[in-house]
Write a protein that binds this ligand. Structure first.
Ligand SMILES: *[C@@H]1O[C@H](CO)[C@@H](O)[C@H](O)[C@H]1NC(C)=O
Ligand SMILES: *[C@@H]1O[C@H](CO)[C@@H](O)[C@H](O)[C@H]1NC(C)=O
Ligand SMILES: *[C@@H]1O[C@H](CO)[C@@H](O)[C@H](O)[C@H]1NC(C)=O
Ligand SMILES: *[C@@H]1O[C@H](CO)[C@@H](O)[C@H](O)[C@H]1NC(C)=O
Ligand SMILES: *[C@@H]1O[C@H](CO)[C@@H](O)[C@H](O)[C@H]1NC(C)=O
Length: 385
């Protein structure tokens, strides 16, 4: 039989697979919807705020905020790997397609806009961005964060690997990473005294039948999602939410394997579903799952058989001497388009030669995380679904 390569578009990403790899076919009735209603009422005595998260294609998690006056809705990723916040700008050139696909911020239409104008440019390995700084009021469902300086993006790569459905990013990393000494979003909430506790928490649910992806609480906790005590881990440096990982364990059949046995660094990444690590180890883990290469725009991913995904081995991340185990019925990512479903491994090789692991949604779906800014630590506990 002749074989051929089949390419499908998942969101804006084409994924190409070899025809001999069988696709499961089923109907997608879990349409993502972003029907989060964010009202602009500011209740002065509210001591925290809660953002509902929505997941898109099982790979992106975003929430809805409003910016300016009259307030305009934006879908944003709350990202622990960035300190800056940014939105696509109305000043994007017409040929900036990725900008045109998203909701754009128009300062001329906001009476609370304050000009800044400092230039911004980031040339990264994976993404390069250009824009300038602006200031406006950001509205959460109940609280207002006044005078938030953010980047109006005028150039982003056409196939940005970080944004599909979301328009922009709210950075939740430490202020030492912020551009030009600007005050990051959560730091502004603290300075403006609108929250009681200087912590934020992510609860990501793992129910595959709903696009509802849990919530983010800014300024508080909701421990109803956990039943054990939290394990607290100090951040390595008040820059990224990076902690020490003791090792990774995997049991296949009767054999046990361990990786990063001398310990390694792991960054908690709320912006993506992936678990990223050094290519050689990621290759071994995926081999053991029987995963096959597929090509996704700019990167290789690994695909597993949708019929047997629930039987793949659990994987344990040892943090602070405790086992945090993820199970394949949750960690395998299902991408559905045109009634076809691909089952992808969340384990993705780092493209930057970095030895730092990134634990994204595939980990966070099973573990609730609390980010304590003052103490520089993360509390982790297993969620009750
Ligand atoms: C907020 O709290 C203050 C002091 O506790 C109180 O005087 C005020 O009435 C409260 N405002 C509202 C809107 O509840
Ligand atoms: C925001 O900026 C305006 C104008 O500069 C100022 O009047 C206002 O007090 C600021 N608000 C906060 C909460 O800093
Ligand atoms: C949680 O911590 C408290 C106080 O340290 C301790 O008494 C309790 O036994 C712990 N609970 C569990 C389930 O470990
Ligand atoms: C695993 O161990 C069991 C019992 O020790 C044995 O019966 C079985 O054959 C082993 N399986 C493999 C794949 O080695
Ligand atoms: C963690 O899991 C490994 C492998 O299953 C086991 O050998 C070890 O005793 C566990 N550690 C703890 C603290 O539960």
């Amino acid at each position: 039989m002749q074989s051929f390569i089949l390419c499908l578009l998942f969101g804006i990403f084409p994924i190409c697979i070899h025809s001999r790899i069988v696709l499961d076919i089923y109907h997608d009735n879990s349409r993502a919807n972003s029907g989060v209603s964010a009202e602009n009422i500011q209740t002065p005595n509210q001591t925290y705020d809660e953002i509902s998260l929505v997941k898109y294609l099982n790979s992106e998690y975003y929430g809805v905020i409003k910016v300016g006056k009259p307030a305009r809705e934006f879908k944003v990723i709350f990202d622990t790997t960035w300190a800056d916040s940014w939105l696509p700008s109305e000043h994007c050139a017409l040929y900036e397609l990725s900008c045109m696909w998203h909701t754009r911020y128009d300062s001329r239409k906001s009476s609370t806009y304050k000009e800044d104008g400092r230039k911004y440019e980031r040339k990264g390995d994976e993404i390069s961005l250009k824009g300038f700084l602006s200031t406006d009021d950001f509205h959460l469902p109940h609280l207002k964060v006044a005078n938030q300086t953010f980047i109006e993006i005028t150039h982003m790569p056409i196939m940005s690997t970080i944004l599909q459905k979301a328009d922009g990013v709210i950075g939740l990393a430490f202020s030492s990473l912020a551009v030009d000494g600007t005050i990051p979003f959560f730091y502004n909430m603290i300075r403006q005294n609108i929250i009681k506790q200087n912590i934020f928490t992510f609860y990501m649910n793992r129910d595959p039948t709903t696009p509802k992806a849990g919530n983010l609480i800014l300024g508080g906790t909701d421990r109803s999602h956990i039943k054990t005590n939290l394990t607290y881990l100090p951040v390595i440096e008040k820059k990224y939410w990076t902690i020490h990982m003791d090792k990774i364990l995997m049991k296949v059949g009767n054999k046990s394997y361990s990786y990063c046995t001398g310990g390694c660094d792991a960054m908690i990444d709320t912006s993506s579903n992936a678990i990223v690590g050094p290519g050689d180890i990621i290759g071994k883990i995926n081999d053991m799952m029987g995963a096959k290469f597929v090509w996704e725009y700019f990167s290789y991913k690994y695909m597993v058989d949708c019929r047997t995904f629930a039987k793949l081995p659990p994987i344990t991340f040892v943090l602070g001497g405790k086992n945090f185990t993820i199970e394949s019925k949750y960690y395998i990512q299902h991408m559905t388009a045109f009634s076809a479903t691909l089952c992808l491994s969340p384990f993705v090789a780092s493209t930057t030669n970095s030895n730092v692991w990134q634990l994204g949604g595939a980990f966070l779906m099973q573990f609730y995380t609390e980010y304590d800014l003052d103490r520089g630590r993360i509390g982790i506990a297993e969620t009750i679904i």
